[in-house]
Ligand binder design. Structure first.
Ligand code: ADP
Length: 365
């Protein structure tokens, strides 16, 4: 059942800056939605419009099918977790978590029970008497989350909640947020610039760029069927490799390679004769040596990076560079010449001008 609806939402700031363009999204109850994109693409602005902290310039925001544009933050039944935590420094963890309920005049016994239950979910039971300054960054963020989830609101809004934590704490907190979502089942909208956070947490991801939604889909859909070069390059780590070239006689040449683009494109290749296309493949989609039903590419090894479970191999082929992910046992020598294969079904071709995906061989299967 659709719970929240964003219909052609736009934000034009008083200084005239058009930060969000025609944002459309329907969110079901219980969904975990992540807005992802580079800094400045309009994620926070959109979240703040949902929270009621920022006016909607154009378009409609509906809660359970009813227009909510004019409702204040409290009436929308949302709770927001900020990256700065926004805890009260002179209050204990208990009082910080209890604050919203205390304000509402909820019975003390009820508050105590709820705070203890929330602290249990968040692993804060032993810290209830402490002041925020005696906590680690991760623990402070848990208190901030506790303060939000203790109120039984409809939606949790989280704006880069992990950005003040170190890399290790981020990974731990990330799995805790996923766990909290499983336990509470609360509808959540989460903003981040980190594609790994988006991929690991989201039921559905909204990829944004320059105020425009690029694509909305499950992590699987965005990884396997990106609609354009931007999404293909943003989702996945290391990112997808791109090689630009012009189609000549149905072929694209770079370095010592001449690739027959009619293999994945079929008759569509004719439309691209004399035009630029972008050839994309993921670092993990390759095989060293020659394989059947695949392109072979000749390249030089520039650098290798041992990561334990795999090795990133940085290659050059003519003017172009790419990264290949290989089994550590197969790590090639630096400066050696190699051949690798990309199965036709793992090649993405994009229009050089619009950067929209043309076709992927796998889609034809
Ligand atoms: P993100 O969360 O994706 O980093 P924001 O939503 O914070 O991006 O900002 C989107 C764009 O709107 C940015 O270019 C930012 O500079 C601009 N912006 C944000 N707040 C204001 C404001 N109050 N007035 C004018 N422009 C703003």
């Amino acid at each position: 059942m659709t719970y929240l609806t964003l219909k052609d939402i736009n934000k034009i700031y008083p200084n005239g800056y058009h930060a969000v363009h025609n944002f459309n999204l329907e969110i079901d109850k219980g969904e975990f939605i992540v807005f992802v994109g580079p800094s400045g693409c309009g994620k926070s602005t959109t979240l703040r419009m949902i929270a009621g902290l920022e006016d909607i310039s154009n378009g409609e925001f509906l809660i359970n099918g009813k227009r909510a544009n004019e409702l204040g933050p409290r009436e929308r039944e949302v709770a927001m977790v900020f990256q700065s935590y926004a805890l009260y420094p002179q209050m204990t963890v208990f009082d910080n978590i209890a604050f919203g309920l205390t304000l509402q005049g909820v019975d003390e016994e009820v508050i105590e029970e709820k705070v203890k239950n929330t602290a249990r979910i968040l692993g804060l039971t032993d810290y209830l008497d402490r002041l925020p300054r005696a906590l680690s960054g991760g623990q402070r963020q848990r208190v901030a989350i506790g303060r939000a989830i203790i109120r039984k609101v409809g939606v949790f809004l989280m704006d880069e909640p992990l950005s003040n934590l170190d890399a290790k704490q981020r990974v731990t907190m990330r799995s805790e947020i996923a766990q909290i979502h499983r336990e509470t089942g609360a509808t959540t909208i989460y903003v981040t610039h980190d594609q790994t956070e988006a991929m690991t947490l989201a039921d559905r991801i909204v990829v944004m760029k320059d105020g425009y939604v690029q694509q909305i889909g499950t992590p699987y859909q965005l990884y396997h069927d990106p609609v354009n070069v931007f999404v293909a390059g943003f989702i996945g780590e290391p990112p997808m490799n791109f090689i630009r070239g012009t189609v000549k006689d149905g072929k694209m040449a770079f370095g010592a390679n001449t690739l027959d683009v009619t293999a994945p494109l079929g008759s569509k290749a004719k439309q691209y004769e004399g035009r630029e296309i972008v050839f994309g493949f993921r670092p993990e989609a390759i095989e060293l040596g020659k394989a059947a039903n695949a392109y072979y590419i000749q390249a030089e090894v520039e650098l290798t990076e041992m990561l334990g479970d795999n090795t990133n191999v940085y290659i050059t082929t003519g003017e172009d560079k790419a990264i290949l992910k290989v089994d550590p046992h197969d790590t090639p020598e630096i400066d050696s010449a190699i051949v690798f294969s990309i199965p036709y079904s793992d090649v993405y071709l994009f229009d050089g001008e619009t950067e929209n995906v043309i076709e992927r061989a796998a889609q034809k299967k």
